[in-house]
Design a protein around this ligand. Structure first.
Ligand code: C5P
Length: 206
């Protein structure tokens, strides 16, 4: 069983993917971490995020061990990730890793921007998770606040909007729902309600 979960920044798709994977005993890959790691490695080598050669080389050497890094989680890493994610060669270099992960025995849940459209177009279950810009910014704000970070709601809202525009507007694998994806709007749902709604969608689809 392969479950593809896509959606914009801070839509709650990661939390949802993790819970769905645990519920069905499936492996889970947060594919955003791959792009975040590529950006981190380019910057660590003193490179430029728009440099195709540097970013492609970083993408070719990304592996599972390099993804376990708390520095990958913040908004700056997400913004940097969306710059390297525009580069077709970077996307191509990360494709086989993601597809191999999806093919593993026992099945997998992958979340990202292009799982249902490019990485796993044949996935039997595809969910496109959305929420209003304001709801997404508020969720991120509360997360940051609980960690004592000083970033403001307005900064997070601007970051989310900028990143979504970049992810939707790029020519390589732009973010959009696959034609056969089901849409899940979590604006008015808490994490438990979103999970329950996703389980109902999965039962209907499989
Ligand atoms: O999901 P997350 O916010 O961690 O993703 C960071 C960035 O990586 C996204 O804004 C997007 O540009 C890129 N990404 C992508 N394709 C994916 C997953 C993430 O282009 N499948």
């Amino acid at each position: 069983m392969i479950i593809a979960i896509d959606g914009p920044a801070a839509s709650g798709k990661g939390t949802l993917a993790k819970r769905i994977a645990a519920h069905f005993g499936l492996a889970w890959l947060d594919t955003g971490l791959l792009y975040r790691a590529v950006a981190r490695d380019v910057l660590a080598a003193g490179g430029d995020l728009e440099d195709v050669q540097a970013a492609t080389a970083a993408a070719k050497s990304v592996n599972a061990d390099s993804l376990d890094d708390s520095a990958l989680r913040g908004p700056r890493a997400g913004d940097a990730a969306s710059i390297v994610a525009k580069i077709p060669e970077v996307r191509a270099a990360l494709l086989e890793y993601q597809r191999a992960f999806a093919r593993q025995a026992g099945g997998a849940v992958l979340d990202g921007r292009d799982i249902g459209t490019v990485v796993c177009p044949d996935a039997p279950v595809k969910i496109f998770v959305t929420a209003s810009d304001e709801a997404r910014a508020m969720r991120r704000f509360l997360e940051h606040q609980s960690r004592g970070d000083s970033i403001t709601y307005d900064e997070l809202l601007a970051d989310i909007r900028k990143r979504d525009a970049r992810d939707r507007g790029r020519s390589a694998a732009p973010m959009h729902a696959a034609d056969d994806a089901v849409h899940l709007d979590t604006t008015a749902l808490d994490a438990d309600q979103a999970f329950a709604a996703a389980l109902r969608l999965i039962e209907l689809a499989s």
